[in-house]
Design a binder for this molecule. Structure first.
Ligand code: SAM
Length: 267
């Protein structure tokens, strides 16, 4: 692929998704787009990119961006955020006599994070209404999350055999999340670059392992918009290796009793 084609595709990708590719990621574009090129009948990745950049083909644009997302996720990822639901967030909501509690799993991929949250709520028998909204840029992963069917390999990544037995029912293509877990979840396609203020705010936002793909400016913009979606005093959880340092002064960092950090919206 010509360096110029790669550079123009990178600009297109960042504009549509925020995802910033470094110069050494040409192979990644070649590999991931070759699947789309084959499916759409393009002889080369380069010809697909040329069409993409010269025509406003929304379907092709969506497929190309979708193919460039990294959807790696697992059940109860990093442990401590889920232990913190049990030890801090849910008890605080009970103490505040909340009747409704809303959690946003931003960039939720195939839904493991949202379903893991719902499993903790089930085990804690939370006395309030809990809504867990999962959003992701990729239509493909949102379709999978909505379907809620996982194979043994993906269930093996972080889910205990007890929880598999309790919360899944056998389906022809694997194991389907049981209704007592899926009932609290809903999944929608949503781009973090296009966040709009919502009428109903969130008590807690999980936005983990996605900011790493963005430039500092994009991270700061997204964090600010996430702050606008939280209730006053609401919390934001980032990935284990991510932090808000030099990105926003609207939060205070709080060490969690279970390890890790939560960011509390000021005011
Ligand atoms: C590595 S996964 C992280 C999944 C989950 N949050 C976790 O920590 O396990 C990153 C997800 O971010 C999504 N993503 C990338 N750019 C996005 C954007 N601009 N808006 C919404 N989601 C995006 C990808 O589609 C992908 O599913």
């Amino acid at each position: 692929m010509k360096a110029d084609t790669f550079a123009r595709f990178c600009a297109f990708l960042e504009q549509h998704s925020g995802i910033l590719l470094s110069r050494d990621k040409q192979y990644l574009v070649e590999t991931r787009l070759s699947r789309v090129a084959r499916a759409q009948g393009y002889a080369t990745v380069e010809s697909l990119i040329e069409t993409l950049l010269s025509r406003r083909d929304r379907v092709l644009a969506r497929e190309a961006v979708d193919a460039m997302t990294t959807n790696e996720t697992l059940w109860f990822r990093d442990g401590y955020p889920f232990a913190a639901l049990e030890k801090k967030f849910f008890p605080e909501a009970v103490a505040a006599k909340k009747s409704n509690y809303r959690i946003w799993s931003a960039a939720c991929s195939t839904g493991q994070e949202a379903f893991s949250i719902s499993m903790i709520a089930e085990e804690q028998r939370v006395p309030f209404n809990l809504d867990i909204v999962g959003t992701d840029l990729s239509e493909e992963v949102i379709a999978k999350a909505r379907e809620g069917v996982f194979d043994d390999l993906s269930l093996g990544r972080g889910l205990s055999p007890e929880r598999k037995r309790q919360y899944f029912v056998k389906a022809s293509a694997g194991w389907k999340v049981a209704p007592q877990i899926s009932r609290r979840t809903q999944f929608k396609v949503g781009n973090l670059l296009e966040l709009r203020p919502e009428s109903r705010r969130y008590d807690l936002v999980f936005c983990r392992n996605v900011l790493i793909y963005f430039s500092r400016e994009t991270k700061a913009k997204i964090i600010n918009r996430i702050a606008d979606t939280l209730v006053p005093g609401g919390y934001l959880l980032l990935g284990a290796s991510e932090s808000l340092t030099q990105l926003s002064d609207r939060f205070t960092a709080e060490r969690l009793p279970t390890g890790g950090t939560a960011y509390r919206l000021k005011g």
